[in-house]
Design a protein around this ligand. Structure first.
Ligand code: NAD
Length: 473
């Protein structure tokens, strides 16, 4: 095993989003078994290519606004803006055809102030450092808004899961787990599914981690299959939470839920379950899209029949007969009561925000709206239920799963759903109250709540550290 310790002294270069400090930064590079791991504590150095939009920058813009309103001091701002730990790994697996292929993966731990870090793992060809950093921070704010005792993290592997076989995906997941086995842990860092991953990947992760530790440790990961210790209700929890938030938002604007019109971008875990639950409530889903097509029916799409069709067609909705195909961008601009982006980041930007005609946007995806669109949507009087509130159902039931695993309990579905509804309803009304008090959007209100909570706990912890420093022996 070889170790290289590199000391980096750097200056500020905001243009390339390279954050630099006047203090000495020590990076530890570990090379073993052909894997390359970089561990940077409390720093943000990125060298990734500039992308068109930068979700991390969008997160910072909202952070700064909320921090200004609550008068957060500069030290705390700097600390909470940056991840505590950034890990970059590069590993190879054997493909089914016998060739080797290398993959780049990330695990970013944004904060452990409120508890062990928690966050999904994303398999997508567009995964990049800024995206994972933003996603990790959003996990911190999400747990804080809902009162879940977790910090925030996120992971990702640059790959196209649709082009990999089941066995290749298993090898990738096991290799990633092996390299991060010292980072993961039921009381340290707890992964979960995200875009491109699901119960299978979480099961492989659990198995590999348990093999490495010589015993089964179910609470190391959430979003598992039920027979591997998963919680009832976890798979559909994010969609159930988006539904709860949508119904609360409709009520807030005095819109009758029966017959209210909705368009949904994305028909994966979040989009599909949201569509199903809203459909069951009598809401009219007039448009749905996925990566293959966007569909529209002014009379409403029969979601049960669309789900059946997509299951029979490799999880794709293209070709479904009882709706007309429209341009993907048009789905965002339909005159509906509610627009639910449930696919990817930065789909609503300054470029298209002024064309949006929905009265409410409920963010099923993480970061679907870039910060440059916020003011445009607010000036159009569109009520935006932000991601860190709207899609928090997933982390909430992940917390229930972790609790059940830790306590060796199994909760009934009614118990899971009732507790979920209680937490999300309370969170929605608290965020609404803060928004009205400070005369800000729901998004900034959610950030205010989260920042206040995390910074208060952080300050209390730091005060304890200082008192130890001054203690005389
Ligand atoms: P998924 O992989 O199950 O589904 C993603 C869906 O989006 C698929 O239907 C895919 O075809 C579609 N899609 C991809 N690109 C698209 C495009 N350009 N236009 C339209 N559709 C497109 O992923 P998921 O778990 O449903 O996650 C979706 C979003 O929700 C992500 O932002 C994720 O971070 C967020 N989220 C997921 C969870 C969870 O529990 N799974 C929890 C909170 C937030």
């Amino acid at each position: 095993m070889s170790f290289y310790v590199a000391a980096v002294l750097s200056d500020v270069d905001e243009e390339d989003h390279i954050y630099n400090f006047s203090n000495l930064i020590v990076s530890l590079f570990v090379i073993r078994r052909g894997f390359f791991i970089q561990i940077n504590n409390n720093m943000s150095i990125t060298t990734d290519n500039k992308t068109k939009t930068n979700p991390y920058e969008s997160m910072l813009a909202r952070f700064d606004k909320a921090a200004g309103i609550i008068g957060l001091d500069n030290d705390t701002r700097r600390k909470l803006q940056r991840p505590e730990k950034q890990i970059l790994i590069n590993f190879s697996i054997r493909l089914d055809n016998g060739n080797e292929q290398s993959f780049e993966g990330y695990r970013i731990i944004h904060s452990t102030v409120l508890g062990p870090s928690k966050g999904g793992i994303r398999y997508d060809k567009d995964v990049n450092l800024n995206e994972v950093k933003a996603l990790a921070a959003w996990m911190t704010w999400k747990s804080a808004v809902t009162g879940i005792p977790f910090g925030g993290a996120k992971g990702g592997i640059i790959c196209d899961p649709s082009k990999l076989s089941k066995t290749e995906l298993e090898r990738i997941t096991r290799a990633y787990t092996k390299e991060l086995s010292g980072i993961f842990g039921p009381d340290k860092d707890i992964p979960a599914p995200d875009l491109g991953t699901g119960p299978d990947e979480m099961g492989w992760l659990l198995d590999e981690y348990s093999l490495l530790h010589g015993k089964t440790i179910q609470a190391v990961v959430t979003g598992k299959h039920i027979h591997s210790g998963g919680s009832l209700g976890r798979e559909e929890a994010t969609g159930r939470g988006v539904t709860i938030n949508t119904l609360l938002a409709l009520r807030e604007l005095g819109i009758e839920e029966t017959g209210a019109t909705v368009s949904i971008q994305g028909f994966g875990n979040v989009g599909l379950h949201t569509a199903l639950f809203l459909y069951e409530k009598g809401v009219k889903i007039v448009a749905v899209s996925d990566v293959s097509a966007a569909l529209y029916n002014s009379e409403g799409i029969n979601i049960n029949s669309l789900i059946k069709y997509s299951k029979e067609n490799n999880k794709k909705i293209k070709g479904y007969a009882d709706a007309q195909e429209i341009h993907a961008d048009d789905l965002l601009q339909l005159p509906v009561d509610v627009l639910i982006p449930a696919a990817k980041e930065d789909v609503i930007t300054a470029t298209n925000a002024s064309y949006i005609k929905a009265r409410i946007i409920v963010e099923g995806a993480n970061g679907p709206t870039s910060s440059d669109a916020d003011d445009i949507l607010q000036n159009k009087n569109i009520l935006v239920v932000p991601d860190i509130l709207a899609n928090a159902g997933g982390v909430t039931v992940s917390y229930f799963e972790w609790l059940q695993n830790s306590l060796f309990e199994h909760w009934k579905i009614e118990q899971v759903n009732q507790k979920l509804e209680e937490i999300l309803t309370k969170s929605f009304s608290t965020v609404l109250h803060v928004a009205k008090t400070f005369d800000v959007s729901l998004r900034i209100a959610a950030y205010i709540l989260a920042l206040k909570k995390v910074s208060d706990v952080d300050k209390a912890k730091r005060a304890a550290d200082t008192s130890r420093d001054f203690k005389k022996n």
